[in-house]
Design a protein around this ligand. Sequence first.
Ligand code: HEM
Length: 561
Amino acid sequence: MAIEQLFEALPLHYVQHGISKFGAGNILLALFVIAAIGVLTDYAWMLYLRSKMPPGPLPLPIVGNTYQLPDNKPWIYFEELSKKYNTPLITYWIGRNPTVWINDAWAANELLDKRAGIYCSRPRMLVFAELGAGQNNLVNMITTTQAERDRFRVQRKLMHQGVGIQQVKRYRDFQNDESKVVAYDLLTSPEDYVEHFERYATSVVSIIGFGRRVGDPKDPIITEVIAVMHRAADLNVPGKTFPMLLETFPILAKVPTEYAPWKHGLGGKGKSHRGHDFFYSLAAEANENPGHEDCYAKMLFKEQPKYNLRPQEISALSGNLFGAGSDTSSSTLITAILAMRAFPETLIPAWEELDRVVGSDRSPSFEDEVNLPYMRALVKEVFRWRSVAIIGGQPHAPIQDDYYKGWLIPKSTWIQGNVWAIHRNEREFPDPDRFNPNRFIKDSPDARPFPGERGYMTFGWGRRVCSGQALAEQGTWLTVARLVWGFKIEPAVDGNGKPIPVDIFDYTNGLNMRPQPFKVSIKPRSEPIRQAIIREGEQALADLAQFEGVTKHRMSSFYKK
Ligand code: HEM
């Protein structure tokens, strides 16, 4: 920060005057000495902090450990480091910025859940926050001052009014209908399963938010928003290239975008609000449309005077439904298909249970959940096996200095929960890459103690735990149960009739990860089941007709402006 201010405050005429008085060589020498002292002092400070903080590799001056980072999936590397140092926490320096990586469920629970009041903030984030919606978006909100915490509470409350545990029960009918449409669509184009899942997830949040369903998998609201989410997820992986290096050299963010290739593709002054204008326009349009009085956008406009909501806040609150809810939920369903394809033996007990409790004439409903313990365990294992938010979403940050096992965790440090490492710890999940629902069956020899009642940390922690968790859990349960009930998930075959293998490690590199495209055969399990899927699908489409509608807004047109 001090460097930035100095840079900004250095008027040109001082420099010219200095050169004529002392000579360019002397000036350069003086600058070099000052810079060297600056770097050494800074490095001494880094080493001092390092001696107090959880262990990790030795950082270099200025660049820290940045250049030791692997090109891909750094969470695997951090898991290895944690094993190497034999500590649940490690410190890794991206430039001059230390990040504490939590690689163990019990440590994550102790710090982020039990000490939630301390670890409730986010750190200063340039790429994701300051060049975007900043404090207007709940996801980024720093909560170090009382005023910030008060605003955070308002935003969490408003999110809760939309997708809190009690609220999401109201959405079950149309969520169930949209899930029936997925099964119906899989009958005609099973090879497009990714599109069907994306349409389902987007449509559910679109009905909640804007009272409008999304019936066409090619609707730009799906393709454009998911593309933006993938780009954001890629940008936010800790890396040794720009834009992540901006986090450690914030001064570079001040350079005008036209002279700063490292900022291309990010927001910029005057342009960074385009995405927000888009979501605000969607919300305002929904607010003016007659009908669906209980949609989230209308609620926000109703509450606007009471909470003095800024347009950017309305935009972020409603946009988060898409941003946080559609890619995550659809990626989880893709993972479920991969798991079923790679571990077919896990479907046999599920089919036995579904056939006994539900039968072939209808698909499972929310009411069946209580009678389907194996299905419940299978869905929990989907959440555990390959969690979509693989580094726990955005970092947390403590609002004061804190200590864990004698190590210092300074105020505002980046704290990242390494869900990859947490969910692959042999102590809690023996043979962790095996998809094994028995881990979640009570008293099973494969079950192990795990902090918290759910048995996984897929949705984050403490006061920042995912606001949409209840919605995502109920929808994932229902849709996965329906897929298992309805379909045989088998190897696809190539031109020579040979089964096409799948790779359970072949995932994307984003902060929200999903399997790379893979081929699979999805066929109805029996004729009566096929008939039931058609019957229910057609009925669901008729029920959903009340939500048909089009928007005049396109995200791409906002970006072209
Ligand atoms: C499978 C689906 C989903 C997964 C795995 C997931 C996971 C996460 C994770 C890990 C976080 C960060 C938590 C933390 O910082 O400790 C998060 C935050 C958040 N999620 Fe989700 N999410 C999902 C679906 C949704 C949905 C459907 C919505 C909304 C409709 C949503 C809204 C949010 C919001 C608003 C936050 C920010 C909370 C805050 O910073 O206070 N998520 N989510």
